[in-house]
Design a protein around this ligand. Structure first.
Ligand code: ATP
Ligand code: MG
Length: 445
C-alpha cells in the first residue's frame, strides 16, 4: 500500500519535468519545436503511464505471495487451530503438511506459539511411536520421547481419538498454551492435527513427574527421592505456575493440578502440564463459573464436586493436596490403608494444626532434614489451602509469598546417595535465594 502511494505521487510529478528536460535538450525550429513538443506531450505521459502500470504489476506480483505466507506463519506462530479440526479442507498423503488442515508450513524454529508437524515427522522423531520410547500413559493418551529434526528432545503425546471431549481438550490445550508463557508451565512446542491424529509436542521434562519420585522406593534404577529442600522448591514452582494463571486479566483455572501434572526438568525444577481441562474463570474477584465437574479424585475441591461451581480457589484446594503429598509422600486416596487413613486430606487435617501430632505425618525419608518451625509453617499453609470453605482459602499470590522464605536453598539439584539407607536422593546445593521474587514473569532462579 505504501509502495503504490509512493508511485501515485511520482506519476503526477514526473511528466512535466521530463517534458522540460526534453525541450531544453533539442535546438529545433519553432514549428518543429511545437510539433516535437506536442508529440512529446502525448508520447511521454503515455510511456511513463505504461511504465508505472508495469511497475505496479511487478510490485503486486512480488508482494502478493509474501503477504499470504506471512499470514500463514502468523497463524501457525499463534498456534491457530482451525475451528473444524475433524474435517480438514485439503486431503493428501499422510506426510503432507496440508493434510493437517493448515495453510502453509510454519517457520522451522519454535517462536513461542506452536510449530505444525506432519504425522510423518513425528513418526520419524519417535521411531514410529515405538514401545521403547513410551515415557508415560495417561487418561488421554500415550506419551513418547522423541527427537525432532533440529535435535530438540521432546515429549510427544498422542491423544486417544474418542469423541468430542478429546477434540475439545486438544483444542483448549493448543489454544491456551500458545497464549501462556511462563517458566513454570511446560512449554508446547507444536502439534499435529489431521483427519486421524491429534498429537501434542512438548518440551521434554527429563525427570518425569513428581508422583514417580514420591512413590519411589529409592533403589537404584528407580526415580530418586526428593529431599525436603527440593520438595519445597517444587511446591514454590507449582505455586508460581498457578499464581501466573490466576493473576491473568482473565484468570485461567487449571482444574487438574496434581502430582502427575507437575513435571520435573533436569534440575528438578517443577512445571505444570496438562491444560486439557483448563477453563477461563470469571474476571470478577472470586467469580464463579458453572461447569461439569471434571478433575481427579482426591484433588477436587468439595464445593466444586458438589455444585459444579468453579473458581480459582478450586485450584488452591488441589495445590493444598499436592503440598500434603510432598510433606507425607502419600497419595490423595489410598484404599489399601485403614479407612481412617485412606483419604489424605481427612487424615492429615487434624494433624496439620496439632503441634504434637504434626511430625507424625511427615514422610519418614525426610527425617532430620527439616526444622520443626519450617514444618509448622508449611503445615499451616497446607491447612489453609484444603479448608472446606473456599472463601477462606488464600490466593495463590499469598501462598507464593509464604513459601518464599521457606525455600532457603536454591541452585541445581544433586543426586546423592544417603549413607544410612544407600538410597538415591535429590538434594540441593546450598546458595542464597535472596534474589527470589514472586513476580509472575520472574525467571527461574
Ligand atoms: N513434557 C513431558 N516431559 C516428560 N514426561 C512427560 C511429559 N508429558 C507427560 N509426561 C509423562 O507422561 C505421563 C502421562 O502424561 P499424561 O498427561 O498423559 O497423563 P497423567 O498426567 O499421568 O494423567 P492424566 O491422564 O490424569 O492426565 C506423565 O505422568 C509424565 O510422566
Ligand atoms: Mg498429565
Amino acid at each position: 500500500m505504501f509502495a503504490s502511494h509512493h508511485i501515485a505521487m511520482r506519476s503526477t510529478a514526473e511528466p512535466p519535468s521530463l517534458v522540460t528536460q526534453a525541450h531544453q535538450q533539442r535546438p529545433h525550429s519553432h514549428a518543429n519545436g511545437i510539433r516535437a513538443h506536442t508529440v512529446l506531450l502525448v508520447i511521454l505521459p503515455t510511456i511513463s503511464l505504461s511504465l508505472i502500470v508495469a511497475l505496479l504489476l511487478i510490485l503486486v506480483l512480488i508482494y502478493r505471495p509474501r503477504s499470504s505466507s506471512n499470514r500463514a506463519e502468523k497463524l501457525a506462530g499463534n498456534a491457530y487451530v482451525p475451528k473444524n479440526l475433524s474435517a480438514p479442507s485439503v486431503t493428501s498423503s499422510p506426510g503432507d503438511v496440508r493434510k493437517c488442515g493448515y495453510i502453509a508450513r510454519p517457520p522451522s524454529k519454535f517462536r513461542g506459539g506452536g510449530q505444525v508437524f506432519t504425522y510423518r515427522e513425528l513418526e520419524l522423531a519417535t521411531d514410529k511411536f515405538s514401545e521403547e520410547n513410551v515415557i508415560g500413559n495417561g487418561g488421554f493418551g500415550v506419551v513418547y520421547r522423541g527427537v525432532l529434526t533440529d535435535g530438540t528432545q521432546a515429549a510427544i503425546k498422542r491423544l486417544n481419538r474418542d469423541g468430542k471431549q478429546g477434540d475439545r481438550d486438544f483444542r483448549v490445550e493448543v489454544d491456551l498454551l500458545s497464549r501462556l508463557q511462563s517458566p513454570y508451565l511446560v512449554q508446547l512446542i507444536g502439534y499435529c492435527a489431521d483427519a486421524n491424529h491429534r498429537i501434542l509436542v512438548f518440551e521434554l521434562m527429563s525427570n518425569g513427574n513428581l508422583r514417580e519420585h514420591l512413590n519411589s522406593n529409592g533403589q537404584e534404577g528407580s526415580p530418586a527421592y526428593l529431599d525436603w529442600g527440593t520438595r519445597l522448591r517444587i511446591a514454590l514452582d507449582g505455586a508460581k505456575g498457578l499464581e501466573y494463571l490466576h493473576e491473568k486479566s482473565t484468570p485461567v483455572i487449571h482444574r487438574d493440578f496434581k502430582t502427575t501434572n507437575i513435571l520435573l526438568d533436569h534440575d528438578y525444577r517443577g512445571k505444570i502440564s496438562d491444560f486439557g481441562l483448563a477453563k477461563f474463570g470469571s474476571q470478577k474477584p472470586n467469580g464463579l463459573v458453572s461447569t461439569r465437574v471434571l478433575g481427579t479424585t482426591g484433588y477436587v475441591a468439595p464445593e466444586y464436586a458438589m455444585t459444579g461451581k468453579l473458581t480459582t480457589k478450586s485450584d488452591v484446594y488441589s495445590f493444598g493436596v499436592v503440598l500434603l503429598e510432598l510433606i507425607t509422600g502419600r497419595v490423595p486416596v489410598d484404599m489399601k490403608r485403614p479407612a481412617d487413613e485412606s483419604v489424605l486430606v481427612s487424615w492429615a487435617l487434624p494433624k496439620l494444626t496439632n503441634r504434637e501430632k504434626v511430625q507424625e505425618m511427615v514422610d519418614p525419608v525426610l527425617e532430620g532434614q527439616y526444622s520443626y518451625k519450617e514444618l509448622i509453617q508449611i503445615a499451616a499453609i497446607a491447612a489453609m489451602c484444603v479448608q472446606s470453605e473456599a472463601d477462606y482459602r488464600p490466593l495463590m499470590t499469598d501462598v507464593v509469598q509464604s513459601l518464599i522464605p521457606l525455600v532457603k536453598q536454591k541452585a541445581s539439584a544433586l543426586i546423592a546417595t544417603t549413607p544410612k539407607l544407600g538410597h538415591q536422593i535429590v538434594t540441593l546445593k546450598s546458595s542464597s535465594i535472596d534474589s527470589e521474587s514472586s513476580g509472575t514473569n520472574s525467571p527461574h532462579f
